[in-house]
Design a protein around this ligand. Sequence first.
Ligand SMILES: NC(=O)c1ccc[n+]([C@@H]2O[C@H](COP(=O)([O-])OP(=O)(O)OC[C@H]3O[C@@H](n4cnc5c(N)ncnc54)[C@H](OP(=O)(O)O)[C@@H]3O)[C@@H](O)[C@H]2O)c1
Length: 340
Amino acid sequence: MRCTEVRMSSYPDGDVGPAHFGLADVELPAPRPGEVLVRNTWTSVDPGLRLRMRRHAPAGYFAAFPLDAPLDGVLTVGEVLESRADGFAAGDTVWHPFGWRTHAVVDASATYMNGAGSLRVLDTASTPASWYLGPLGAIGLTAWAGLHVVGALGGGERVWVSAAGGAVGSLVAQVAVLLGHRVVASAGSAEKVAWLRDEVGVEAAFDYREEPPAQALARLAPEGLDVYFDNVGGDHLEAALDAMRPHGRIALCGSVSDYESEPRGPRNLFLATAKHLTLAGFRGSLHLDLLDDMQRRLGGWLRDGVVAHRQSVYEGLSQAPVALQDMLAGRTTGKTLVRL
Ligand SMILES: NC(=O)c1ccc[n+]([C@@H]2O[C@H](COP(=O)([O-])OP(=O)(O)OC[C@H]3O[C@@H](n4cnc5c(N)ncnc54)[C@H](OP(=O)(O)O)[C@@H]3O)[C@@H](O)[C@H]2O)c1
């Protein structure tokens, strides 16, 4: 079986772009006992990939991508073409971690990406397959786990969500509103802000490119924040530390503002001590115990149309680097995906 795969040809110093990648055609081995052959149909584009497009990924995180090799550990959905593993049959829709390529041979018994990428049959009877790379997969799990680790699955609090037009943030903002929180949301375009305010129904939203977060929070949440869901880090986290009320909680989901440049703060970390704050870093993939509960509740809201799933779809494998570049620059909305 011939397979086309995206490979990194060089590590970017600043912004990543198509020049850092190439395509390679390779021959895949036939599946052995315990393996399945999958034709990939959707593959994920995530900010975290940029952290691995370095000579050394952050300690404790997924490994850096080697040059001139396929990108292992990228969540993907596909159709089983041939199975030599119990529990999997030709025609099944599955997820697995060998994305940014057209086909993959997957070991059905291996644990991949803390279990979040292990081969799994997906129920597509009433659910579009692409949702499993978004709200019903690792993205939904990350949104749910982040609210869980800061004890915010209840409701009735003042919550700020950053990067709220993106994959994780747009789910967190919608779920937080449904749970009964008073939500402030921020994003980087007028269109994203209008969607959050007019369709999601957050209490307030702002464009951080138009107004610095510290100034916007002082204007929109003068009484302070109970919870901050941080997708951005840097100046956003610094503004949150200023705005947190005593005993507030911050879910440290990611710091995308740092992924392509030198980290920039926060400079006011002592406020976490002064105000008895909890800063909770977490990985969605380490909360698989929450997956069933998340899929049941979020899946119900999605099917009822109470939660909207927005996605930005790029057509064809060769577009994956462009999709990544666009997503990091804020040019995509909701979950960024490539359809193969
Ligand atoms: N902890 C986990 O397990 C886990 C899992 C998945 C993702 N994450 C993290 O969650 C965050 C969001 O991921 P996602 O997949 O949902 O991506 P996303 O929000 O769909 O895409 C990233 C968005 O971040 C915004 N952004 C980029 N640079 C920025 C900057 N300097 N300041 C403010 N905003 C900036 C851009 O939107 P706008 O500028 O238009 O707002 C961009 O589109 C990332 O930090 C990611 O690493 C964590």
